[in-house]
Design a protein around this ligand. Sequence first.
Ligand code: PMV
Length: 316
Amino acid sequence: MPNFTASAPGKIILFGEHAVVYGQPAIAVPVTQVQARAIVSPGIGLADGEVQISAPEIALDSPLHALPLDHAIKQAIELTLAALGIQRPTAFRLKITSSIPLAAGLGSGAAVSIVVARAVSAFFGRPLNDDRINEIAYEIEKIHHGTPSGIDNTVITYARPVYFIKGQPIETFEIETPFTMVIGDTGIPSPTSVAVGDVRRAWEQEAPRYEALFAACGEIARRARRAIESGEIGALGPLMDENHLLLQQMGVSSPELENLVTAARAAGAAGAKLSGGGRGGNMIALAREVDPDRIANALLAAGAHNVVVTTVGPSA
Ligand code: PMV
């Protein structure tokens, strides 16, 4: 059997994070500058039925059976084998590499589940289709993130811009005019489940206030979609600023995110907001009529640990 390789991009949420968990629309796009990759090769030298996993970035080198039951990579392999109806696989090796920063809102967890499911199913000669891959990745998101909306696994599986409403069929949309985003990483790992759990508790205590915030985010996502579809990129900056204000009011910003958002605006960004779960992780800034490198340098000078410039377009 030959080797099988699968890769998947990272992602950013442009509009609507958190509110999307409560049924509002959100917009997310793939970020192809960062990638997760899985390679499955025959288990030459391994005992019968043994699966050996290596993932250098997380210092993992272990047989499958030695991993804890709740290990996301173990779950991705087992859900994939179950989907294929394979109870005792022939021995194989799985190597995972990724340039997607961990726990930073760029979708590293979903991307790893997706590449594992793709490469393992291809190795056994029955590559699962995107819909099945997306279901497997969502199962794993649910185990690890409590009440995920499913936006991460969806945008990464289909690797195209999505207008996402929880529980509804995937909707993609046209990008009339490409635009450039600068992504700044605070370097502070922020597990999405913690921020999502905190928002849920706050919503339980103050439902009317939170529901108004979620509804306002949904309206921004709808307006942003129309602006993107009609090429009115100038409208996006103010919408990002408004969305950021709502996320602040939900309690998911942080001093480090505020610092980078302020620095991006001062460097000429047309708009800036936190992206994803918040508290740490990433922020994004729209580079329009300004050199994206100017914003990138300002973010680095303000303490960003990493900066990625990405163009959002039809081929993204
Ligand atoms: O994975 P992150 O940090 O980009 O966050 C996902 C977005 C949330 O809306 C906060 C949670 C979700 O499940 O949609």
